[in-house]
Design a protein around this ligand. Structure first.
Ligand code: NAD
Ligand code: TDX
Length: 337
């Protein structure tokens, strides 16, 4: 019998890309549990087979609802894949409160239900739990790097990882954790770096770089994140953490330069704006464990081609992002960004 996956946050950026990817590459049936916050979008699930994908609108911190959905996961390969989170660092600096409720209490609610019903759990996390690196640090993040989060967002993600680890050790929760680097691809909210600059340029507005633009992020296509999560679900060892990354380090200035080039504009056609308080300097992932233990490799090796596809997606799907654009930019204007 095909497995059922309960995918939390499946109407968000990475969660919806996972639902599309898993529908194409497996025979799984998928229940999406999503609160449809400002970051969730029903339209991100459009076109998926209705007999295989069901959206339940609700909160991961709602113990009754979560209990009912998890109780239905009775097949031997059924699992919870937990993407739902408040995910934007800048928002966590202006109002940390929903980050604590969703990222900590929401994760707690899910793992309590998973342990009660003995359901396999995969927790989606971020490289930001490790803090940041110097630009010339020869060591990248590994599974044994100490936790050192900087922002309200990353500290609540770190807390949620620690809850999952404790539930494995204390209660035998059948869980794995993955910490991935920065994702790009279709269906990412216009508040985030790459979609913000692409949609600015579509509107004829110059890109906005925080500070000097020297901060480095390690970019991975969302589909490569999805294939890694499927590998961990199928072959990952219970209790283990896997770092997901595709050797995609680039400074923000380099990324803006590539986007400007794709729009046929000069590489210096951007504005420097107020820096993010506590801005992490560099993230970089060593994904050796995932590659050697589970045989995973990324498929998107050409970042420029991936960016060109992403630009094409935003050009072709203005209906999807236009409703959020003005409000998002008004919020950035209020913080000088
Ligand atoms: P996103 O903000 O685009 O999507 C989050 C989704 O969760 C939305 O659909 C939202 O409606 C839903 N949600 C929020 N609160 C909820 C609640 N209380 N109950 C139910 N649903 C709720 O985020 P994203 O960028 O797709 O990130 C998804 C996950 O991946 C997060 O856990 C994030 O920490 C992690 N992650 C993101 C990146 C990245 O580059 N974006 C990198 C590594 C890890
Ligand atoms: O307009 C901008 N200008 C700019 O220079 C924006 C929105 C961002 N930036 C910078 C800040 C970061 O150095 O670009 C970089 C990327 O910014 P974000 O898209 O906000 O991502 P980041 O803070 O790196 O976090 C992302 O990756 C890790 C996700 O939002 C997190 O959910 C994930 O955990």
């Amino acid at each position: 019998m095909p497995r059922t996956l309960l995918v939390t946050g499946g109407a968000g950026f990475i969660g919806s890309n996972f639902v599309h990817y898993a529908t194409e590459h497996t025979d799984a049936r998928i229940i999406v549990l999503d609160k449809l916050t400002y970051a969730g979008n029903r339209a991100s699930l459009a076109g998926l087979p209705e007999d295989r994908v069901t959206l339940v609108e609700g909160d991961i911190a709602d113990a009754d609802l979560v209990g009912r959905l998890v109780a239905d996961l009775t097949g031997p390969d059924d699992a919870i894949v937990h993407y739902a989170a408040e995910s934007h660092n800048d928002n966590s600096l202006s109002d940390p409160s929903p980050f604590l409720t969703t990222n900590l209490i929401g994760t707690y609610t899910l793992i309590e239900a998973a342990r009660r019903h003995d359901v396999r759990f995969h927790h989606i996390s971020t490289d930001e739990v490790y803090g940041d690196l110097e630009l010339d640090d020869p060591q990248r993040f590994t599974e044994s790097t100490p936790y050192n989060p900087s922002s309200p967002y990353s500290s609540t993600k770190a807390g949620s990882d620690l809850l999952v680890r404790a539930w494995v050790r204390s209660f035998g929760l059948r869980a794995t954790i993955s910490n991935c680097s920065n994702n790009y691809g279709p269906r990412q909210h216009v508040e985030k770096f790459i979609p913000r600059q692409i949609t600015n340029l579509i509107d004829g507005i110059r890109p906005r770089l925080y500070g000097a633009g020297q901060n480095v992020r390690d970019w991975i296509h969302a589909d490569d994140h999805s294939s890694a999560v499927l590998a961990i679900l199928d072959r990952g060892r219970i209790g283990e953490t896997y770092l997901i990354g595709a050797d995609g380090e680039k400074s923000n200035k380099e990324v803006v330069g590539l986007i400007l080039e794709a729009f046929g504009r000069p590489a210096d056609d951007f504005d420097h704006v107020t820096d993010r308080p506590g801005h992490d300097l560099r993230y970089a992932i060593d994904s050796t464990k995932l590659r050697t233990e589970l045989g995973w490799t990324p498929s998107f090796s050409d970042f420029e081609a991936g960016i060109a596809d992403t630009i094409a997606w935003y050009r072709d799907n203005e209906d999807w992002w236009r409703p959020q654009k003005a409000e998002t930019e008004a919020k950035y204007a209020r913080s000088g960004q």
